[in-house]
Design a protein around this ligand. Structure first.
Ligand code: MF3
Ligand code: CO
Ligand code: CO
Length: 275
């Protein structure tokens, strides 16, 4: 059985062991502001993600923009992570660590940012194409974006969490791609990672019921090859076992009376490449 709890902004920082929070207007307002800043940071990055730039330079831009926006990067110091974003290149599924490594022509890279503004977390990521990217990789990126948006369409009251995963899985597997199961979307708000878990594969009509006030991410990771991943020695970087390319997009959303609100939509309409 899943439990739900209506929470005020003051109560939303509490960890409640699997209880799904139902946020009010103040929570939605907080998430709207944090989500907008997160999206603006990704918008700004479109002109910086080019061949020859290092992922550490991208991390610097993310940190500076986050601080300038009056927020702090939620990943800084999170479980020992020491960077302001994740940069996941090619066969990296997620949690790639920024470094001196330079982006190369033909790479695809996900940048995932999470500014915490006035206590609320805006969590979003997009794929970027570096220079001239082969059609096979571009198709993966397009289909992964479609997966995210199909998941968002299924995110409405009356549906269940399994309906979101089902929409994503059906589309991805229709293209013979693999859906990563080891990492999930998650509730968020004043907590970075909260209940419920949003698995990106599932059966229709299963899982917790979606109710107005729920706030969570959808962040499908889709591989050209098999779904399986492994984490490297650094304890963070997750890669595909078969070294096939992997892509991801992420939005933070809130369930409303008749659907959902996307907190992290791009103000400039730069939702997916080419930007
Ligand atoms: N932003 C990631 C997410 O979507 C979490 C990154 S945690 C980090 O949940 F420590 F790896 F940065
Ligand atoms: Co997330
Ligand atoms: Co994220």
């Amino acid at each position: 059985m899943n439990q739900y709890a209506v929470v005020t902004a003051d109560e939303a920082f509490q960890s409640r062991d699997g209880v799904i929070k139902l946020h009010g207007a103040d929570g939605f307002a907080g998430m709207r502001a944090a989500g907008r800043l997160a999206a603006e940071i990704l918008d700004e990055l479109t002109k910086h993600v080019v061949p020859g730039v290092s992922t550490a330079e991208i991390d610097d831009i993310v940190r500076e923009m986050t601080l300038k926006g009056g927020a702090v990067p939620a990943t800084l110091g999170y479980r020992g992570y020491t960077h302001s974003c994740c940069t996941s290149i090619n066969h990296v599924i997620c949690h790639g660590i920024p470094s001196d490594k330079k982006l190369r022509d033909g790479d695809i890279v996900n940048v995932d940012v999470t500014p915490m503004l006035d206590g609320w977390h805006g969590d979003t990521s997009r794929m970027f194409l570096v220079g001239d990217v082969p059609v096979k990789a571009r198709r993966l990126v397009d289909v992964t974006y479609e997966c995210l948006m199909l998941g968002i369409e299924a995110a409405k009251p009356g549906n269940r969490i399994g309906d979101i995963g089902h929409a994503i899985q059906t589309h991805a597997e229709g293209h013979r791609y693999g859906v990563v199961r080891e990492f999930c979307g998650h509730g968020l708000g004043r907590l970075f990672h909260d209940a419920p878990e949003i698995v990106h594969a599932g059966r229709p009509g299963t899982g917790p019921l979606l109710k107005p006030g729920m706030i969570f991410t959808i962040e499908p990771m889709i591989n050209i090859g098999k779904p399986h991943g492994k984490v490297l020695e650094d304890g963070w970087t997750a890669v595909t076992r078969d070294r096939s390319l992997s892509a991801q997009f992420e939005h933070s959303i809130g369930i409303t009376e008749d659907g959902c609100e996307i907190f992290t939509a791009s103000p400039k309409g730069l939702h997916k490449p080419p930007y």
